[in-house]
Design a protein around this ligand. Structure first.
Ligand code: PLP
Length: 425
């Protein structure tokens, strides 16, 4: 959401929330998350068995995963804690897609225990998986098209040939053959080559590519694929002027691609999976922070009580996140500020040279599109603590779904048996 008018709350309402939960915190809008998820499923209603496996890394909180589960989503996991979050949220079995890379054996074991769909990132993971968790009945592989597919510059994932993920085309054919020989009887195909993509053509191209490949695989290897997973990566409009992907139109275009490729070639029905994270929660979460300092040196600075530990994207990628000064939505943006956090790193800036209304100490600031890859990217460098997560429920009530960290949490890993400093508090 890239405009001051997108907020799902007023200054008065959020002030009430802050009385109970001090800033900074992330706040999510359950109703909007549900409505958006329904829109996605509706756009693919034509496709029997369509499912979005929510990429847990976007917002790894069981409350959020459970909301999305209730809307029909599965969970896309790539680590042990993400598997545990899914399990806690009641997402188990083939409602989990385990799309990991460089995977340790214990994670394969846990995924296998939960009955997750295992999506292998490399051909050498076949013997590794066999040894650590056995050969599953259902197996999927992540395809990396390499030079066959160029993505635009600026895409977070970048050029497939430079990306560490997935199997080459030749390896893919080999891999299915091997799995068939080893006893797997059910197969899926996956790729994930775009991220934060706002051009629907890139997503259609991915569908075309995977459908064509599914036809070729089934003809050459005499296997029936059960599903293709187009990956995540549907973008959201962070910057003013950017437009969200038209999900309904995307659904229609992928339907045409499916008819032209899968149906025309007489393949049995193929389920379409996706594993979007960003578009599921990103626009429906805000980082709420307060201006605590202003500083006038060579530039004008506003210091807030959040920092890069709460939202890393601006500092890490130079990503734009829209900022609203609450109560000043209509005011003239006649000041130019760097809005900064307290980290001893000069890239700890939520905005650089941003035109905003005049900000006074104590003003409440909402940083938009922080619902995905926001809190989850948090870290503890510089002794910074991660903030709380708050949920506005569909019935209007407000609950805390993760408390803020305290120094005690920060020291928890120093408080081990035998530690010579005793309990740090
Ligand atoms: C990160 C990731 C996703 C989700 O990407 P979004 O951009 O949040 O939609 C899906 N699948 C895999 C394998 C990922 O690594």
């Amino acid at each position: 959401m890239n405009s001051d008018s997108d907020l799902f709350f007023s200054k008065k309402w959020i002030t009430g929330v802050i009385k109970k939960y001090p800033t900074p915190f992330h706040i999510y809008d359950e109703k909007a998350i549900r409505e958006n998820s329904r829109r996605l499923f509706k756009a693919f209603k034509w496709s029997s068995g369509f499912k979005n496996f929510f990429a847990v890394k976007a917002t790894p909180n069981p409350y959020i995963v459970r909301i999305l589960k209730e809307e029909g989503c599965g969970a896309d996991c790539s680590s042990l804690p993400e598997l545990l979050i899914s399990q806690k949220a009641g997402v188990i079995g083939e409602n989990i897609m385990f799309t990991s890379n460089d995977t340790p054996a214990n994670e394969y074991r846990k995924a296998s225990e939960l009955g997750a769909i295992i999506n292998l990132d490399d051909i050498t993971h076949i013997p590794f998986l066999e040894k650590s968790a056995g050969i599953p009945d259902l197996i999927s592989f992540r395809y990396n098209p390499g030079h066959l597919r160029k993505t635009k510059e600026g895409n977070v994932i970048g050029d497939p040939e430079q990306s560490k993920y997935g199997l080459t085309r030749d390896q893919l054919f080999e891999a299915y053959k091997t799995m068939k020989r080893k006893g797997s009887r059910r197969f899926g195909l996956h790729t994930m080559i775009v991220s934060n993509e706002l051009d629907p053509s890139a997503l259609i191209e991915t569908a075309n590519m995977l459908f064509d490949l599914a036809v070729e695989l089934s003809k050459k290897l005499e296997i029936d694929l059960e599903f293709v997973n187009l990956g995540g990566g549907i973008g959201i409009p962070y910057k003013p002027g950017q437009k969200a992907i038209d999900i309904e139109a995307l659904g229609r275009r992928i339907k045409r691609s499916y008819e032209d490729r899968i149906e025309k070639n007489g393949l049995p029905p193929l389920k379409i999976f996706m594993e979007n994270g960003r578009m599921m929660t990103g626009p429906y979460g805000y980082l709420i922070t307060r201006a605590i300092h202003e500083k006038h040196t060579y530039k004008e600075y506003i210091g807030v009580d959040a920092c890069m530990a709460n939202l890393m994207r601006p500092g890490m990628y130079g990503a734009y996140h829209h900022i609203t000064v609450l109560g000043k939505e209509g005011a003239k943006k006649d000041h130019k500020y760097d809005v900064v956090g307290s980290l001893c790193e000069n890239n700890d800036k939520f905005a650089i040279d941003r035109r905003l209304p005049e900000i006074k100490q104590g003003d409440i600031i909402a940083i938009h599109n922080a619902g995905a890859h926001g809190h989850s990217m948090g870290f503890n460098y510089n002794g910074k603590l991660r903030s709380a997560e708050i949920l506005k429920k569909s019935n209007g009530s407000v609950i805390m779904i993760r408390r803020a960290e305290t120094s005690k949490d920060y020291f928890a890993t120093l408080n081990f048996a035998g530690s010579e400093f005793g309990d740090m508090e």
